[in-house]
Design a protein around this ligand. Structure first.
Ligand SMILES: [Zn+2]
Length: 64
Protein backbone atom coordinates (compact mmCIF):
# COMPACT_ATOMS: atom_id res chain seq x y z
CA UNK A 1 0.00 0.00 0.00
CA UNK A 2 1.33 3.37 -0.97
CA UNK A 3 1.00 6.29 1.38
CA UNK A 4 -0.18 9.44 -0.30
CA UNK A 5 0.57 12.78 1.28
CA UNK A 6 -0.48 16.23 0.18
CA UNK A 7 2.12 18.65 -1.06
CA UNK A 8 2.15 21.38 1.63
CA UNK A 9 2.60 24.05 -1.01
CA UNK A 10 0.07 23.21 -3.72
CA UNK A 11 -1.92 20.34 -2.20
CA UNK A 12 -1.11 17.89 -4.96
CA UNK A 13 -1.04 14.22 -3.97
CA UNK A 14 2.50 12.91 -3.50
CA UNK A 15 3.41 9.23 -3.15
CA UNK A 16 5.49 8.73 0.00
CA UNK A 17 8.30 6.63 -1.44
CA UNK A 18 12.03 6.83 -1.99
CA UNK A 19 11.53 7.91 -5.59
CA UNK A 20 9.63 10.99 -4.46
CA UNK A 21 12.79 12.98 -3.88
CA UNK A 22 11.06 16.11 -2.70
CA UNK A 23 8.42 14.52 -0.47
CA UNK A 24 6.31 15.71 1.15
CA UNK A 25 6.49 18.20 -1.71
CA UNK A 26 5.48 17.26 -5.23
CA UNK A 27 8.45 18.99 -6.80
CA UNK A 28 11.62 20.90 -6.06
CA UNK A 29 9.77 24.08 -6.96
CA UNK A 30 7.15 23.55 -4.25
CA UNK A 31 9.88 22.67 -1.73
CA UNK A 32 11.74 25.88 -2.48
CA UNK A 33 8.52 27.89 -2.28
CA UNK A 34 7.79 26.44 1.15
CA UNK A 35 11.31 27.08 2.41
CA UNK A 36 11.05 30.61 1.10
CA UNK A 37 7.76 31.07 2.93
CA UNK A 38 9.33 29.93 6.19
CA UNK A 39 12.28 32.26 5.71
CA UNK A 40 9.94 35.16 5.00
CA UNK A 41 7.88 34.29 8.06
CA UNK A 42 10.98 34.24 10.26
CA UNK A 43 11.93 37.66 8.97
CA UNK A 44 8.43 38.91 9.71
CA UNK A 45 8.57 37.54 13.27
CA UNK A 46 11.98 39.14 13.82
CA UNK A 47 10.53 42.44 12.65
CA UNK A 48 7.57 42.08 15.01
CA UNK A 49 9.89 41.35 17.92
CA UNK A 50 11.76 44.55 17.21
CA UNK A 51 8.49 46.47 17.13
CA UNK A 52 7.36 44.85 20.38
CA UNK A 53 10.59 45.88 22.06
CA UNK A 54 10.08 49.47 21.00
CA UNK A 55 6.45 49.25 22.07
CA UNK A 56 7.20 47.86 25.54
CA UNK A 57 9.80 50.60 25.93
CA UNK A 58 6.94 53.08 25.61
CA UNK A 59 4.79 51.30 28.21
CA UNK A 60 6.28 52.81 31.43
CA UNK A 61 5.52 56.32 30.20
CA UNK A 62 1.95 55.36 29.35
CA UNK A 63 -0.62 56.37 32.02
CA UNK A 64 -2.14 53.30 33.61
ZN1 LIG B 1 3.33 20.98 -4.98
Amino acid sequence: MTTIVQCPTCGAPVEWKAESTFRPFCSERCKLIDLGAWAAEEHAIAGNDLEDDLFSGDLPTRPH
